[in-house]
Design a protein around this ligand. Structure first.
Ligand SMILES: [Zn+2]
Length: 390
């Protein structure tokens, strides 16, 4: 597909790519600055104030919305048929890095929680806005830039949901800037079901004297064991499940009164997702009947259907065209990101990666240094092409 970009665009992009190459080290130090401010899901305020301040320094007025997203807008130059393009990067991180949070580096890598996911995306978006400002670029489409809260884990994409609620009806396309992998072109949402399971026996007791009373840890273990025996339907699409953060009360000689865990199912197939969810609910029902006095509660935090947008859609063509020019190998894939929310609403959305990282969602996260400037060039190129020719 031919993207409507002319020689002037190409010259400008070349100039900007040169600048990104020259500023490699500065961009890495901005990344370290972003990553050094902790922003675990639910506690992103400090990071958002930092981003707002960074934008203020380049004379961009950003606002923080009711749930903490940081938003900046770039109106289109006057045209008849303007569209609205949303560009997002999530600013929260999966874990709380704690008081000893430090970012370190060696010749090849940068280390520390959140360096890649998603300080890489956040730094790329900051750089894009700053380049647009520096080169006084205006587009034929309106642009809304958002650093979102609550993308990870139990955040349930709450920041992005708020943005789609507030602006969704006028958004024509979304570019979502993520961490890894560089070259990804995410056009699919993996269906997802997430909940917290709580067992409360309302009793507890002495392990010897009160033996025979229900034990919340045992009931939880039985539920987990029953579900783990469930044979997932065989389809070509992938389906997975996971139990995490299993917590139980009691001690070596005390019967547990409460226990809990986190539960997740992911599937590329909506039928399988439904079947797995029903099976889980039937197992809970079985234990509720078996122990009428025990409270078995499930708090559902995420329910997302599987969605696939055709990879032939122009937003993916535009993205792959930019990647090709930069020598990046494109890879169409599925994911769970802020892009889920807009894809589920039928808004064309592309999620791209800006770097290579490992052990993401852990405190031992690290990121490759040498690819980052290429990731920023790609992100700038995609935003530029979508903003000018969508
Ligand atoms: Zn991420």
């Amino acid at each position: 597909m031919k993207v409507n970009m002319n020689i002037e665009d190409d010259t400008l992009i070349e100039q900007i790519n040169k600048e990104i190459t020259n500023k490699k080290l500065l961009l890495l130090s901005l990344l370290k600055e972003v990553a050094s401010i902790p922003s675990p899901t639910g506690s992103e305020q400090q990071k958002m104030l930092f981003l707002k301040k960074k934008l203020k320094e380049i004379d961009i007025t950003a606002s923080i919305d009711s749930i903490g997203n940081c938003i900046a807008k770039l109106p289109a130059k006057k045209t008849k048929s303007k569209k609205t393009i949303l560009v997002v990067a999530h600013a929260d991180t999966a874990c709380d890095p704690g008081k000893d949070h430090k970012i370190t580096e060696d010749a090849k890598y940068i280390y520390g929680h959140g360096v890649c996911d998603n300080s890489a995306g956040v730094t790329a978006l900051l750089s894009i806005i700053s380049l647009i400002k520096k080169y006084k670029i205006t587009f034929s489409n309106d642009l809304i830039f958002v650093f979102t809260v609550g993308e990870e884990g139990l955040g349930g994409k709450r920041g992005m949901k708020q943005i789609i609620k507030d602006y969704g009806s006028r958004i024509d396309a979304v570019v979502n800037i993520e961490s890894h992998h560089i070259g990804r072109v995410t056009n699919q949402v993996i269906g997802q079901y997430r909940s917290e399971l709580l067992i409360d026996t309302k009793m507890g007791g002495h392990s010897f004297r009160d033996f025979g009373r229900p034990n919340a840890n045992v009931v939880l273990a039985q539920i987990i064991s029953d579900f783990s025996c469930f044979k997932l339907p065989k389809t070509k699409e992938k389906t997975t499940f996971n139990f995490g953060q299993i917590k139980g009360e009691g001690s070596i000689n005390a019967i547990a009164k409460n226990s809990s865990c986190l539960f997740e199912i992911r599937s590329e197939n909506n039928e399988t997702l439904k079947k797995a969810k029903q099976t889980f609910k039937l197992i809970l029902e079985k234990y509720r009947k078996l122990h009428p006095d025990i409270e078995i509660t499930e708090n559902v935090s995420v329910e997302v259907p599987a969605v696939i947008f055709p990879s032939s859609h122009r937003i993916y063509k535009i993205t792959m065209d930019v990647q090709k020019k930069l020598g990046i190998a494109s890879k169409i894939n599925a994911g769970n990101t802020d892009g889920d929310v807009s894809l589920a609403k039928g808004i064309p959305t592309v999620t791209i990666g800006t770097s290579e990282g490992w052990n993401t969602h852990s405190l031992n996260e690290y990121m490759d240094k040498k690819l980052f400037h290429l990731g920023i060039k790609q992100a700038f190129g995609v935003v530029y092409a979508v903003a000018s020719s969508y």
